[in-house]
Design a protein around this ligand. Structure first.
Ligand SMILES: [Fe+2]
Length: 342
């Protein structure tokens, strides 16, 4: 884990090697789009290569932290080479839209493949993958059947056993925003206070160490995105994490909070048509399989074919729209801070 101070000073990861050139498409040599992406998964690059193969449109990729990319795009203004901005989390997409960084896009394919509650009503951004913020429990400490809803995490049985990531995590901010929309301010405030009262401090800085701590019995229960657990189970973060993940159970609260990663065409794009073509490809069932499932996320519709996710079992999405979550982010953050969720 990289300490935040060092992480902040790390330059954006410029991936010069990600210029993906297909063989034999000389007619399209000048068709190239710039993609700024807050996703950082090798499996994404295979998808961009497939898009290039199919269309002849080359992808020049710059990966970085979501907030740094937003800032970069804003400061570059009209000189930015970015045609597509890919971000993780509904709140960030909403913020970038509010800053005027996206241009509205109309596309019959996108409207067909991206359910309405997973895209901006004005067409500024579209979800590409879904991620569920689920409960993980160590069954030696907390009976999995004792957790049915997010509200159960605030119950007295979890006193000192609950572990949470800090409130700077946009994932938790969006969960609280989601609860605000569903349950209203008073109930959500009470819930957040109950969570904080149950928390075994200090707060964690990321999901994997939190899942690890639940697996090894330091914590009885926690909240994490399921793709991290899947990654651990697949051995993606080492044998020790794989063993820890096998000790925990994933519990989907009923209904479950679903967040997204998504993308939009930038306001300054010089190739908006090609940019929209890439987004439509990534959102299509074929493209989405690589983008979502290879990173253990859920595709836009259905559960997909990832066997680890299938083992987690089904979940019921609560249906809160990504746009609503984005709009409630500020209120969620102030509520968390007031309750001492640091
Ligand atoms: Fe993540």
């Amino acid at each position: 884990m990289i300490p935040p101070a060092i992480r902040r000073s790390l330059p954006l990861l410029a991936l010069a090697g990600a210029l993906l050139l297909p063989a034999g498409c000389s007619a399209n040599r000048n068709r190239e789009i710039g993609v700024y992406s807050g996703r950082h998964y090798n499996t994404d690059k295979e998808l961009y290569a497939r898009f290039t193969e199919r269309t002849g449109i080359r992808v020049r990729l710059l990966e970085g932290k979501d907030d740094a990319l937003i800032e970069r795009l804003r400061s570059e203004g009209k000189t930015s080479p970015a045609d597509v901005l890919v971000l993780v989390d509904a709140a960030r997409l909403d913020r970038a839209a509010g800053m005027g960084l996206f241009r509205p896009t109309r596309s019959a394919e996108l409207e067909r493949d991206v359910p309405a509650h997973l895209r901006d009503p004005q067409g500024r951004w579209f979800a590409l993958t879904r991620r569920v913020r689920a409960v993980v429990v160590n069954p030696k400490l907390v009976p999995p059947a004792s957790i049915r809803t997010y509200a159960d995490l605030a119950g007295p049985a979890l006193k000192g056993k609950l572990c949470l990531r800090n409130s700077r995590s946009v994932y938790n901010q969006s969960l609280v925003a989601d609860q605000l929309i569903q349950r209203g301010e008073a109930a959500t405030r009470q819930w957040v206070e109950g969570l904080v009262a149950n928390t075994r401090q200090p707060f964690f800085t990321s999901d994997i160490p939190l899942a690890r701590a639940v697996g090894d019995g330091t914590c009885g229960a926690g909240l994490v995105n399921t793709y991290y657990v899947a990654r651990m189970l697949a051995g993606g973060s080492g044998a020790a994490d794989q063993a820890a993940a096998r000790q925990l159970r994933v519990v989907f609260p009923e209904p479950a909070h679903v967040n997204i990663s998504g993308a939009g065409v930038t306001a300054v794009s010089r190739h908006p048509q090609e940019a929209a073509q890439l987004i439509a490809f990534l959102a299509s069932p074929g493209g989405g399989r690589g983008y979502a499932e290879a990173n253990n996320e859920y595709p836009l519709k259905g559960a997909g074919g990832n066997p680890i996710l299938r083992d987690f079992g089904p979940f019921t999405a609560d249906g809160v729209s990504a746009a609503q979550m984005g709009a409630a982010n500020r209120q969620a953050v102030s509520l968390m801070q007031a309750a001492g969720w640091n």
